[in-house]
Design a protein. Sequence first.
Length: 400
Amino acid sequence: MDTEQIPEILSEEVIQEIKTALENKTLTEAIETVNGILTDIENVPLNIAVTGESGSGKSTFINVIRGLDTDEEEGAAETGVVETTMEPTPFSHLQFKNVKFWDLPGIGTPNFKADDYLEKVNFSQYDFFIIIASERFKENHIHLARAIHSMNKKFYFIRSKVDVDLESSRRRRSKSFDEENTLQQIRENCSESLRDGGVGEPHVFVLSLLDLHKYDFNNMQNTLEKELASHKRHILLLSLPNITLQVLEKKRETLSKLNWLWAFLFSAYSADTNPGNHTKGSKVLQVVIEKHLNIFGLDNRSLIRIASAFGKDVNDLKSVIKSPFVSTEINQGVIQTQLTTSVAKSRILAENFLSYIPIVGNLITRGVSFFRSYLMLGDCLKEFTEDATNVLRKVLEDST
Ligand SMILES: Nc1nc2c(ncn2[C@@H]2O[C@H](COP(=O)(O)OP(=O)(O)O)[C@@H](O)[C@H]2O)c(=O)[nH]1
Ligand SMILES: [Mg+2]
């Protein structure tokens, strides 16, 4: 597993802003600042253009990358249809509406002009392009890649339907068949053609969109993540489908970097002299736990969806989940119980852990509520990662 550190999500300026708020402003103002920062992080726009020839798998990719397990689910892009529109169609992520995958018109026509095409689809609005090709490399792919490159935009090349290539290669040479060799040949063939086309060192990934978790998926995720600015990287990671252990671990890592902000809100509300604000503290924890459950696909709706897509009983999936937040309604009682179990640990943490947290104002070191909630959120994330891993194993058990 890739253990490389995910760079910080909060920029120096943002850290400075929080510091100033904690030092110079009232508690209410500091709460407002931190709330605003958390909202901004979640609402970062990410626009991903998906292009390629008609039939290459653009719509299928848009469905699977958004975690839709079948093309029949509500909000799915229609697949296997001839494209009629010349307009880019946006498909939002189910949870993060600001993350949009744009289904671009096909590039297959013989008199295709890459520059005109990019102008028409309003190329400047996208963070990056994904070009999908399902068969032989064509001139149009090079024209398009070159045009994107010359407009200072990044593109990633997906060679789809490699399940079909592997199957036919396996049939034709049953003795000498080697999966990795076959995949490597496809990768090299695409890379060479792109390099010859003069687009620098291209990123090429071989995938089966019907089995997205296989082949180069983790590799692609690592590459995209490295090349994005840190605030966009966070939202990209959270938007990925929960289909590999690496994705789950990356989600845990990136989310855990924000736990101290949530813990700050909890402790700030708890320190407030207005008793009405104490319930707001628990509400904060309730909201963040619900968000995290959803991100890991452990909320009831997600579990029902996954169970139905894979022909499983939802109770079978629930049977491998340990977190109390999945089986019971998330209310103040459950949260209080969880907080209490982290009290003992938080005393030790308060003494030893200060240096790990970017900023700890006077206010939050005063009580144990900051550390208790900080620890609880960390424990929760660990448990959700384990639970989601077990659900994933259960789902893949019969399908591989
Ligand atoms: N075997 C296989 N079929 C795929 C793959 N990707 C897409 N398809 C199928 O290819 C057809 C065209 O896909 P679609 O997403 O509609 O292509 P689009 O025209 O580029 O949007 C559909 O029947 C998909 O199910 C893949 O990786 N492997
Ligand atoms: Mg389509």
